[in-house]
Design a protein around this ligand. Structure first.
Ligand SMILES: C[S@@+](CC[C@H](N)C(=O)[O-])C[C@H]1O[C@@H](n2cnc3c(N)ncnc32)[C@H](O)[C@@H]1O
Length: 258
């Protein structure tokens, strides 16, 4: 089967790990009316089609929506709509919402604001795919500290302590977009602290979890003021950002060390 896609969506289609995780959840959970929000090439709608009565496949980007319409034209139970989901007035409710606008810690994509809007149109007992995310942070020593995703450059770094899961988000509930956490790290190694490494794990459903894949949530490094700390030290870092607010919304502060 030929699938039309922009270069970005083509890379998403090549990421087998990402696709398998979503396919598994969609096959198990799809039924009734489905909203596929940010449908891109239409691949998630295509996965859901055999198991659903009707799918509204909504994509903001005009060329992508046209490709999705072409890719999905064989399915009579899918309508592709070229629109921004934010502010979109759905004319019915969904049994399932699929929304893959994920990125690390949900900072730089619209997953949370889009779902906060769309949840009003989810039937009680309805399902969201993915179901949520877990966000983890590690204190690291980076050779060239900078705000960078791990897939953009080769990052040379040493992890100084165990990962702390500082946030668990479940998409069936409305989510407050502003995040502010005091994260306490226990150092397992002495060294120069100069960055945080954030890793996001995707909960596709209650029993299916997926770590970062080549095109899904590459770990994000965030520089910190430099500080030398010793093995056994307890370091508290304040991390704040807005989900959907972009990387410029990130603020960090080392609060104390003991
Ligand atoms: C990570 S891509 C996922 C594409 C496709 N669902 C997939 O999994 O291959 C996210 C898609 O959401 C679309 N998008 C982002 N914000 C949107 C919005 N507010 N309304 C509709 N689509 C949006 C983007 O254009 C992009 O195609």
């Amino acid at each position: 089967m030929k699938f039309w896609a922009t270069p970005y969506h083509y890379n998403l289609l090549k990421d087998q790990e990402r696709l398998s995780a979503f396919y598994e959840a969609i096959k198990t959970k799809s039924r009734g009316v489905v909203f596929d929000l940010g449908s891109g090439s239409g691949i998630m709608s295509c996965f859901a089609a055999p198991y659903s009565d009707f799918i509204y496949s909504i994509e903001i980007h005009t060329r992508s929506a046209a490709y999705a319409a072409e890719n999905l034209k064989g399915w009579k139970n899918i309508e592709v709509i070229n629109s921004d989901v934010n502010g979109f007035n759905f004319t019915c409710k969904a049994d399932v919402i699929i929304c893959e606008m994920l990125d690390t810690a949900l900072i730089d994509e619209e997953q949370v604001p889009v779902l906060n809007h769309a949840l009003k149109y989810l039937n009680s007992g309805g399902v969201v795919i993915p179901a949520g995310v877990l966000n983890g942070a590690e204190l690291v020593s980076m050779k060239n500290p900078g705000l960078v995703y791990e897939d953009q450059v080769k990052v040379d770094y040493t992890v100084l302590g165990s990962m702390v899961i500082y946030d668990s988000l479940f998409f069936k509930e409305k989510i407050i977009e502003e995040v502010e956490e005091d994260i306490v790290f226990h150092l397992k190694k002495s060294g120069k602290i100069n960055a945080l490494k954030l890793t996001t794990f995707t909960l596709l459903s209650e029993d299916l979890i997926c770590g970062p894949t080549p095109m899904l949530n590459p770990p994000l490094f965030i520089p910190l003021d430099e500080l030398y700390a010793n093995k056994g030290d307890k370091v508290t870092v304040n991390l704040a950002y807005t989900m959907g607010g972009g990387l410029d919304s990130i603020q960090t502060k080392i609060k104390n060390i003991s």
